[in-house]
Design a binder for this molecule. Structure first.
Ligand SMILES: Cc1cc2nc3c(=O)[nH]c(=O)nc-3n(C[C@H](O)[C@H](O)[C@H](O)COP(=O)(O)OP(=O)(O)OC[C@H]3O[C@@H](n4cnc5c(N)ncnc54)[C@H](O)[C@@H]3O)c2cc1C
Length: 325
């Protein structure tokens, strides 16, 4: 019995959420009196794998097959199923992102496991294996008891604290016998977003809506984001109107983010938008309409014109930062 966790890297560095996943897996492993093993795919150094020990992994299984460089749900599923069988894993954990949401249900199906998608908590073992998860696009929680012997969990980002400790994981190669059909669906092209803080990983996000009136006013969002070292996001109509690229669109039909701070500027706070951001730790809303629904979800609200308030907020942050240095 062990806990298996899939970690992801970008160009040779593990993503922040991988550390969270390992820490979560390690906490479950400890409570079950077992160990956590990470599965690392692709081009990542042995040192980086061993350093996952700082987050509680005892072992890292590494597979560096060139065919895995681009995502293939079928091949990634085979990797996890092989690793789970090799390690006699009874709990398999992935992120609750595009990758995890594609792979985890297939792994669960192959291993005849129960699946908890969008987990927010450690399991309550006093009452079986009860995990809190998001339902109704984040409007409510469900507490799910999983009774299968093998369990698959996808973890929502930013649900579990990352504490860097000491420790080194042992690194071992993982061998998987692939067939051509595992790569039958191929990714032909990957367009990477460059030059900005990746939205899914960002701890601070400055987001704009239709209240900004047009792309020519986006400078105030970008200036504030630059001062804070934040990523930028937007509402769906803004992306639909091509004021901003679609990868910045958050909400029910866009990305789901859970940053520590989400500043929403000129966004009404429709339920479909909130579905993507209501897991943010702190929400600040700037809107000229005191009746805007976003104020109900806000921790802090400013009623006023975004064109006036945002530059003032930016100046205040600049002064604050200067005083810190
Ligand atoms: C099936 C479905 C899925 C959807 N998915 C998504 C999704 O994933 N993400 C998403 O965002 N939306 C989604 N929508 C659309 C959603 O319902 C809203 O229409 C959208 O979020 C509104 O965007 P907005 O707040 O930018 O614009 P608006 O609703 O036009 O709101 C603009 C806000 O700006 C304020 N404002 C105007 N001028 C100023 C100013 N000068 N200063 C300050 N405030 C100002 C206004 O008071 C208003 O509150 C979806 C809709 C459907 C039906």
């Amino acid at each position: 019995m062990s806990v298996l966790v899939l970690v992801e890297n970008i160009e040779g560095s593990f993503k922040k959420k991988s550390f969270e996943l390992v820490q979560y897996a390690s906490a479950i492993a400890k409570s079950l009196g077992t160990t956590a093993t990470a599965v690392a795919l692709g081009n990542i150094s042995e040192e980086a794998c061993a350093a996952l020990g700082q987050y509680g992994a005892q072992k890292v299984l590494q597979i560096n097959d060139a065919r895995l460089a681009n995502f293939s749900a079928r091949a990634y599923t085979k990797v996890l199923v092989t690793a789970a069988q090799q390690e006699s894993a009874t709990i398999i954990i992935t992120s609750h992102d595009v990758l995890g949401k594609s792979v985890a249900p297939q792994v669960a199906s192959r291993l005849k496991a129960g699946l908890i998608a969008g987990a927010l908590s450690l399991p309550d073992l006093a009452n079986g294996f009860v995990i809190k998860r998001n339902v109704f696009a984040g409007k409510a929680f469900a507490f799910v008891n999983v009774t299968t012997d093998v369990k698959v969990i996808t973890l929502l980002a930013n649900s579990f604290p990352i504490v860097t400790g000491t420790g080194t994981a042992t690194v071992a190669p993982l061998t998987v016998s692939f067939e051509d059909k595992d790569f039958a669906i191929q990714v032909k092209e990957v367009n990477k977003v460059t030059g900005s803080v990746p939205l899914a990983e960002a701890e601070l996000v400055v987001s704009g809506g239709r209240g900004l009136k047009g792309p020519e006013n986006w400078g105030i969002i970008e200036d504030l984001a630059a001062t804070l070292g934040a990523a930028t996001a937007c509402s769906r109509p803004v992306a639909d109107a091509h004021w901003r690229p679609h990868h910045e669109h958050v909400g029910q039909t866009g990305g789901t983010i859970r940053p520590n701070l989400y500043i929403a500027i000129g966004i009404s706070g429709a339920i479909q938008h909130l579905a993507g951001v209501n897991g943010s730790k702190t929400i600040v809303v700037i809107n000229k309409d005191p009746e805007a629904p976003f104020f109900k979800a806000a921790d802090y609200g400013v009623i006023g014109d975004a064109m006036e308030i945002t530059p003032k907020l930016n100046e205040a942050f600049k002064k604050f930062k200067a005083a810190q240095n």
